[in-house]
Design a binder for this molecule. Structure first.
Ligand SMILES: Cc1cc2nc3c(=O)[nH]c(=O)nc-3n(C[C@H](O)[C@H](O)[C@H](O)COP(=O)(O)OP(=O)(O)OC[C@H]3O[C@@H](n4cnc5c(N)ncnc54)[C@H](O)[C@@H]3O)c2cc1C
Length: 305
């Protein structure tokens, strides 16, 4: 571990961070709050392994990385923004409520004060709360990489960057997520997030779900539904969404939507959290709760504040 902390870098620009990663040629790793990375590293050291990197590149001091801004029709969240900042942001509370709700339940206050939303995404777990909310908000990640001599910044849909549980298309030893963006909810639109957690649970929920929708005369104009963990990667319920579009949510519609949702998920049993059967039991309840909450919010948001 000493070696790791001897080589702890705090770049102040994305260029500098990428140049440092290039200098270590795959032996350095991006770190933000460290609440996932250092826990994993500690486990490696306890198991008698050498950490799988020689240096850490801390991206939280990069100029502008701690900002939440509205730009070009999107809300943009920098790679240093913590869950606490998200919870406290009026812009997120009002225009991306699901994300504020998801960040609010991440760990306890100490974790939320340092853990970042970009770290939550980069870790690529299908149950990660911030990620579940962002999937329903149809977020993009700004992936920055060094393609000598220039830097390449590319907005990529979040759905594209998850390859498997804990595996991302963003190689955190050579590139970084500089920011996350999504379109804020406008008039007649709203979002909602809910999760079920073990009473003494830490880290990840039994099940989380997020919804973003738009209503016109109580009809669902658009709807996006995400849930986790119900698949190896963060999941969008495309078939359920397709069925719900254009409908008014009554009991019969909800029942059919639930049937479709259950047919398109594939939850599994996890050793420390829940059985597959329990997750299947919870899905209808979370679907109803998130849909009804978002519809109620959208009906109160005829105009945006
Ligand atoms: C006690 C405890 C409770 C927790 N509870 C929850 C919970 O309820 N819900 C939940 O979802 N999570 C939870 N977590 C997990 C964790 O806090 C979150 O996933 C957090 O958002 C990770 O962010 P971080 O900044 O700490 O990431 P780090 O640990 O710094 O990094 C995580 C991974 O992402 C990479 N990375 C980080 N930032 C970037 C970037 N900008 N670009 C490229 N790669 C990057 C790192 O190399 C590493 O692989 C918990 C963790 C702890 C220790």
């Amino acid at each position: 571990m000493m070696k790791v902390f001897e080589n702890y870098h705090l770049p102040t620009t994305v260029n500098e961070a990428l140049a440092l990663l290039a200098q270590y040629d795959g032996r350095a790793r991006v770190i933000a709050g460290g609440t996932d990375l250092l826990v994993d590293t500690q486990a490696e050291v306890y198991e008698g392994h050498r950490p799988h990197f020689d240096a850490l590149i801390d991206v939280t001091k990069i100029a502008g990385a701690n900002e939440i801004v509205e730009r070009d029709g999107f809300i943009e969240i920098g790679c240093g923004v913590t869950h606490t900042q998200i919870v406290n942001s009026r812009l997120i509370q009002q225009r991306a409520t699901a994300l504020a709700e998801a960040s609010f339940v991440v760990g306890g206050p100490q974790v939320r004060n340092v853990a970042t939303l970009c770290g939550n995404v980069a870790h690529a777990l299908p149950a990660a709360d911030g990620t579940v909310a962002l999937m329903a908000l149809e977020g993009d990640a700004l992936v920055s990489s060094l393609q000598s001599p220039a830097i390449r910044n590319q907005w990529r849909p979040l759905a594209e960057i998850f390859l498997g549980p804990g595996t991302s298309a963003v190689d955190s030893t050579r590139e970084m997520i500089s920011a996350i963006r999504f379109r804020p909810c406008g008039a007649n639109e709203a979002s909602a997030f809910a999760r079920v957690m073990r009473p003494q649970g830490v880290a990840l929920p039994i099940l989380g779900m997020a919804v973003r929708l738009e209503i016109r005369d109580w009809r669902l104009e658009t709807v996006a539904i995400s849930a986790g963990p119900v698949a190896p990667i963060p999941f969008r319920a495309n078939r359920t969404e397709e069925f719900l579009r254009g409908k008014i949510l009554d009991e019969a519609v909800l029942q059919e939507a639930t049937k479709i949702l259950l047919s398109e998920v594939s939850p599994r049993t996890s050793a420390h959290r829940a059985t597959k059967e329990y997750r299947v039991e919870l899905l209808p309840m979370l679907l109803e709760q998130t849909l009804r909450t978002a519809i109620e919010r959208a009906s109160n948001h005829g105009s945006v504040h």
